[in-house]
Design a protein around this ligand. Structure first.
Ligand code: ZN
Length: 246
């Protein structure tokens, strides 16, 4: 069966002497891998048509029962050239795409994931953002994957936590808890951090956070990703350093 879709190139590696495998996040079919036969050859039709973090229109022969499909045609829709020259933007893009890649098995993906990554890459390619950009992406990714806690209500008794003090985070269960439910587990979450976490669910990046709040948000998002999404802590540390250096 031949299928056509828009797809983001997450990862690519050589296969045999002349071919490459490209791992994509496709708009309709989720995460998939395609074999680009002969793409390492000098006169390959794939030459210049695909690179990391491109959005492409791909035409592929879907092999049922197999995880590796065959790429027939590929045309770039957005190449995001900034990533070839701006190493800081490229490092942040690598982290964002890599995090999604590690968190997602092959197969269908939640509907919002393609647009989340495409928007994130577009923004990074236009201008290198401040450090709050990354935890916001992480929190939105967790939400798309159904792994983000409800920041407004206790995960156990459903008590309203808006405006309440003493909320606690149970990272292992991915739940925010009221003081009573979280008394014997979890770590305290400050009211300022909770407010920032809620603001980060919105469409626009919140104003710069005080350093103390930023650190708390970064630790919370990192804890959730480590427990629930196979985070690579070293890649994350590098990406945060790179954005902080600006
Ligand atoms: Zn409770």
């Amino acid at each position: 069966m031949i299928l056509k879709d828009d797809a983001l190139a997450l990862r690519s590696y050589p296969f045999g002497n002349t071919s490459r495998i490209v791992v994509w996040l496709s708009r309709s079919y989720g995460k998939l891998a395609t074999l680009a036969k002969g793409s390492q050859r000098e006169r390959s039709a794939f030459l210049g048509q695909v690179d990391l973090f491109y959005t492409c229109e791909i035409l592929f022969y879907a092999r049922e029962q197999r995880n590796l499909h065959v790429l027939k045609e590929c045309a770039p829709l957005a190449t995001r050239p900034a990533f070839r020259t701006d190493w800081r933007a490229c490092a942040a893009a690598s982290y964002a795409a890599g995090l999604l890649d590690r968190a997602m098995p092959f197969g269908p993906a939640p509907a919002g994931l393609f647009d989340l990554l495409a928007d994130t890459l577009d923004q990074l390619a236009v201008r290198t953002p401040g450090p709050a950009f990354l935890p916001r992406f992480e929190l939105r990714l967790l939400r798309e994957l159904g792994l983000a806690p409800d920041w407004d209500r206790c995960g156990k008794c459903r008590a309203d936590l808006r405006g309440a003090a003493g909320a606690r985070m149970d990272v292992a269960h991915g739940a925010l808890l009221c003081p009573a439910c979280g008394a014997d587990r979890g770590a305290a979450v400050s009211a300022a951090a909770l407010e920032a976490l809620r603001a980060m669910q919105g469409a626009t990046l919140p104003a710069a956070l005080p350093e103390r709040v930023f650190r708390e948000v970064r630790a919370l998002a990192g804890g959730l990703l480590e427990h629930h999404a196979d985070l690579d802590p070293r890649a994350r540390a590098v990406a945060f350093q790179v954005l902080a250096a600006g």
